[in-house]
Write a protein that binds this ligand. Sequence first.
Ligand code: PLP
Length: 452
Amino acid sequence: MDEKKVLDFTGQVLELIAKDQISPAEAQWVTRETIEGFQEYVNPGFLEYRKSVTSGSLDAAVEWADAGPNSFRDVNGKEYIDCLGGFGIYNVGHRHPKVMKAVLDQLNRQALHSQDLLDPLRAFLAKILADITPGDLKYSFFTNSGTESVEAAIKLARAYNPSKPTVIAATRAFHGKSYGSLSGTAKGVFRRPFGPLVPGFRHVVFNDLDMLEKTMEACRLTGDDVGAVLLEPIQGEGGVNIPDDDYLPGVQKLCREYGALLILDEVQTGMGRTGKMFACEHYGVTPDILCLAKAFGGGIMPAGAVIATEEVFSTLFDNPFLHTTTFGGNPLACAAAIATIHVLLEENLPARAAEMGEYMLEGLKRAVKGHEDKVVDVRGKGLLMALEFVDDHVGFEVAKALFDRGVLVTGTLINAQVIRVEPPLTIKKEQADRVFEALADALAQVRVGAAQ
Ligand SMILES: *Cc1c(COP(=O)(O)O)cnc(C)c1O
């Protein structure tokens, strides 16, 4: 190791981090070092991807700062309306002052917990969650990410139902990429290289009650009884797939009949995104286990949770160390989550998501009028919305044209055939209007069947 070199470089970066504004010369340095860092030390595949979604140079692809609650700025000062919302982490907007304050105040007193004494914020947050979640969801385990929440949920379900090894998930599901959650995730590209995955997982077609029932029956007959059904109430990454109104109530009924737990993964749909605090509330369904993450930390801290009924969670009472994590539920994350819930309630953001969702869905539908040769569907619930195109190529070109016009959107797990529109719940009407204009403009520019 060249110690002097590392000291110089770390020092230089620390100075940069401390700066409010950077000069054009510094911006150039940042761009050059970032591209080189990705090329040589992160993964050059990201550069290839960014090149394909930016029509200018890669200079446009290096981000630097937030620009108010609903936008961010690249290193050259260009602003983008954030219609990706970090895949749904910015429900309360970028750097909400109340979330910032809570985290900074906590940081000034104590950053991480001793790991041995009782940490108060965890207790407060768990109580708050029991209050805001539907039904008798009561006990919480805190995590650092969505995949960890799903892992905890699967382990809890297996421990509760030890004689029922089968977990049923749905086609087009996304639950994360660690082994347990990946076993529930349905996309072959992400699964194939890593097999064998966790045994006992089966997939049924999403929104098909009949297939679920037949599969549960078959599993009972073979002795591989179903212990848990793992679903997103509305599939996010899978293309914003909204089930029929009777689907989730039907799933719950089947779960009761077969003694299986219903695990709802609301990592993306939770915290107000779809127009209610939790998407399951649209359908009058309370799961036995609920998974949260993404927006749970207010777009400031990585944070997640799994909340279960006492009946289910009590499986872990005898030995609370059966499933643990060092950083999960740390005081900074809890402070962020508590402030996030406060802001969601105080600013009535779930209702705002419902209202702005209607406004945006209508505006997007207006913007795609006359482009039926390119856009086949515009759908959404609250501010979880999607544009579906005739093919991957058109979707990709539209996303790229939107990026050039200062609007960030991105494809879904499927591919760019479905583009998600998922802005902060704080997005303003005039910003939404600019998105509609940019979309109409982008659609006018993109040609169907143009060479790739
Ligand atoms: C994003 C997502 C996850 C995974 O969350 P990570 O924090 O990326 O691990 C799990 N489930 C759903 C529904 C998601 O949208």
